[in-house]
Design a protein around this ligand. Structure first.
Ligand code: E4P
Length: 235
């Protein structure tokens, strides 16, 4: 499963990209507004930090303007993935942009029927919003299961399921079990995935026991200790 990070915060992206676990980035107009930065500048900067797809969303709602905006965004960097909303005009724009060879992420998907239309429009990614469905009492993960099942039944559909509106690690794990291709995670959710109390407790105990041995793995180099140690070991 690929991990995208759902943020327009460049410092967060820089930090998380250094883990080697980040395959792409998603932004939306709300995240751009939250960053307080110029849209073009921030997308260009993010594209330089991450090799994978960086979703940048159009602002228009009519096909002609969406297409023009999409082409401007796609020209910013080779890894820009133009994000369009799941509307008739959005899908028409998706078809035109993918026919031109651009990557397109169709966003604001809340039903399997919508996901089927997006795949037929040639979307690179479909973004079903799991958390926002859960928020209204609808099982968001069931939507992921339905879309994966439908797409799997038609191997000619190349659209990848990009699980969006992720609220917790369980959303990621369950989506992975269902075979979703990608999850886009808020930075805090990605960081939370590292954590388990037994990891912390176990590490604490191992460190305490290691300290009792009085040994070190790396020897100080300033006193020539490392050389002396490696000679002793190879003798
Ligand atoms: C990603 O592409 C979506 O815009 C994002 O996951 C939405 O998340 P939210 O429902 O937490 O705003």
């Amino acid at each position: 499963m690929k991990f995208f990070v759902d943020t327009a915060d460049v410092e967060e992206i820089r930090d998380l990209a250094a883990t080697g676990l980040v395959d792409g980035i998603t932004t939306n107009p709300s995240l751009i507004a939250k960053s307080g930065r110029d849209f073009f500048e921030v997308i260009t900067e993010i594209c330089g930090l991450v090799a994978g797809p960086v979703s940048a969303e159009v602002a228009a709602t009519d096909h002609a303007t969406m297409l023009a905006e999409g082409r401007v965004l796609a020209a910013l960097a080779p890894n820009v993935c133009v994000k369009v909303p799941l509307t008739p005009d959005g899908l028409k724009t998706c078809k035109a942009l993918t026919d031109d060879g651009h990557q397109v992420n169709v966003t604001l998907c809340f039903s399997a029927a919508q996901a089927l239309l997006a795949a037929k429009a040639g979307a690179t990614f479909i973004s079903p919003f799991v958390g926002r469905l859960d928020d209204i009492g609808v099982d968001g993960l069931q939507l992921i299961a339905d879309i994966v099942e439908i797409y799997d039944a038609y191997p000619n559909l190349s659209t990848e399921v990009l699980v969006a509106s992720v609220r917790n690690a369980a959303h990621v794990v369950e989506s992975a079990k269902l075979g979703a291709h990608v999850a886009t995670l808020p930075p805090a959710t990605l960081r939370a995935m590292y954590k388990h109390p037994l990891t912390d407790k176990g590490l604490e105990a191992f460190l305490a026991d290691w300290a009792k041995t009085g040994q070190t793995i790396l020897k100080p180099t300033s006193s020539g200790g490392a050389n002396a140690e490696s000679k002793r070991r190879s003798a």
